[in-house]
Design a protein around this ligand. Sequence first.
Ligand code: NAD
Length: 334
Amino acid sequence: PVLKVALMGLGSYADRVAKAMQDCKRAKITGLISGTPSKLQSWGETYNVPDGSRYNYENFDAIKDNSEIDAVYIITPNALHHEQCLRVAAAGKHVICEKPMSINAKEGKEMVDACAKAGVKLLIGYRMHFEANTLNVVNMRKNGDLGDVKFFQGLSGFKIGDPTQWRLDKDLAGGGAMMDIGIYAINGARYMVGEEPIWVTAQEVKTDPVKFKEGVDETITFQLGFPSGAIASCLSTYSMNYLDKFFLNGDKGFAEMQPSTGYGPIKAWSHKGDITLPHVTHQTTQMDQMAAIIHDDSKPQIPVDGEEGLKDMKIIDAIMLAVKSGQKVKLDLA
Ligand code: NAD
């Protein structure tokens, strides 16, 4: 069966997802949720979503009676995900939620619990977990091509523009670059190394305290330690363009990706040479695969469930604590 998806929050990323979904074989847009009537009208016409499947933020709980909606894809500012997820779960629909799943681990845990209680699935919009080059590098590591993994470097950033946008408002963003883009280096470290980190250290630099207010991080470097002794060294920033690189090294060889998490094409190479695989629009693959997870209970190679999102939130909480305290913070993700 085709997964019938309602999109919530018709902003710029939802636009990208909607366009990519036109090529999906297993997922289609059947509902829209927005606070802007003119967007409901124009998106409704573009994607053939009838009046009866268009909702606003006051009345969307009524999706519970709409058999044309199986799942809601939440694509709103970060701090809104928690409450919206709880309402979608209460309406008995599966939740696909953009990253970061929430603004802290406490809220993330409540989302996981609410979806479990409601008997619906919770998936996080981790598009890279389905991307062919990413999976290829993970498989090289699993096959032993790199030997014993010793080191990962994840550099994730861009130079942010408009100072009035929600991404620079702590109340809506829950933080700064780390929540938004640093999270790619965090979960990249986990799936590239193939272990869960047991400690974190972190340092913050702020060059523009007017643009990056209290609680909105501009640049953070952080280090993760893994049980095998492997270490990761990462950078999250809102102050550098074209910072998008993953590097994984073992005792036998390396794999490198740059760009590593942008919309693509991703480029990859290793000690063996160029290993770049053809580009496929990430969100098309993601939504077809998520349909298989929801309908067939298929297991993706790199998980995208709520528990996976929650681990990243626990690491972000620990990074913020490490920045504040200047101390190494222990992690227990098991
Ligand atoms: P955006 O500003 O372009 O869109 C956000 C939408 O939410 C807008 O349509 C806005 O009207 C709506 N909205 C609803 N309630 C709002 C409120 N109270 N205040 C402000 N806006 C409100 O942002 P975006 O870039 O589309 O990001 C949305 C989410 O998607 C974020 O969580 C972000 O992290 C995530 N995202 C993920 C990726 C990815 O590659 N996976 C890429 C971009 C964004």
